[in-house]
Design a protein around this ligand. Structure first.
Ligand SMILES: N[C@@H](CCC(=O)N[C@@H](CS)C(=O)NCC(=O)O)C(=O)O
Length: 220
């Protein structure tokens, strides 16, 4: 089995897949850095890999490229069922996937480079107004998640006491919000779960700021 992983330290979607790989005990054989800060995702060489020009992307055993973090994580779950990252019951799976979507589909896209560049470059928003946009959508997601997570079956983690994909996505949300100076501490369940997750090696070592090339801290 050989795994080729296209990623970047700062990328929250790469962070999600990095955690899932670590939980499943998969160590990529090759990590190809796509430097988003230098716009490398838009170069022809990467366009040939992923026509959407986004990371992460993953290729296993020289097969077809896997794209979109949720799809990649579901693939890992199906091909490496242990330890499970989805509950065994249909309601549990639906709740976990629903929580994932709040972070992955509704909040994260509002903060990615191509959207921020469009807001400042095309729509001529100044930097502070653009950051207000990003923070607004981050807070919307955190507020909704906090309400869900104040209810059962939330436990030590998002869904009971076992780590699921919802936790992987929550970690991405919290770290991503931190990059934009959003006050995550205003959401006590989110913060409590994040703190528990960061006690787990697979999560802690996957943190964006622990990756090669990352700065010690980041703020806008
Ligand atoms: N929904 C996608 C989002 C992928 C995505 O937006 N990745 C960001 C980095 S976190 C990226 O490559 N951005 C490049 C850009 O916006 O130009 C996923 O979950 O994989």
């Amino acid at each position: 089995m050989s795994v080729k992983f296209y990623a970047f330290w700062r990328s929250i979607a790469s962070f999600r897949v990095r955690i899932a790989l670590a939980v499943k005990g998969v160590k990529p054989d090759e990590i190809i850095d796509i430097d988003l800060l230098k716009g490398k995702q838009r170069e022809d060489s990467f366009h040939a890999v992923n026509p959407q020009m986004l990371i992460p992307a993953l290729i296993e055993d020289g097969g077809q490229m896997l794209f979109q973090s949720m799809a990649i994580m579901e693939y890992l779950e199906e091909t490496r069922p242990q330890p499970p990252l989805l509950p065994s019951d249909p309601f549990g799976r639906a709740r976990v996937r629903g929580l994932c979507q709040i972070f992955v589909s509704d909040s994260h896209p509002m903060s990615v480079p191509r959207v921020r560049n469009y807001l400042t470059g095309e729509l001529k928003l100044d930097n502070d107004t653009m950051l207000k946009w990003v923070r607004h959508w981050q807070n919307e997601a955190l507020r909704a998640a906090e309400t869900h997570l104040s209810q059962k079956p939330t436990g030590k983690y998002c869904h009971g006491d076992s780590v699921t994909l919802a936790d992987v996505c929550l970690a991405g949300q919290v770290v991503g919000s931190g990059f934009f100076d959003v006050d995550v501490k205003a959401y006590p369940n989110v913060t409590r779960i994040y703190d528990s997750l960061m006690q787990i090696e697979a999560f802690a070592k996957s943190h964006p700021l622990k990756q090669p090339g990352a700065p010690a801290s980041i703020s806008h």
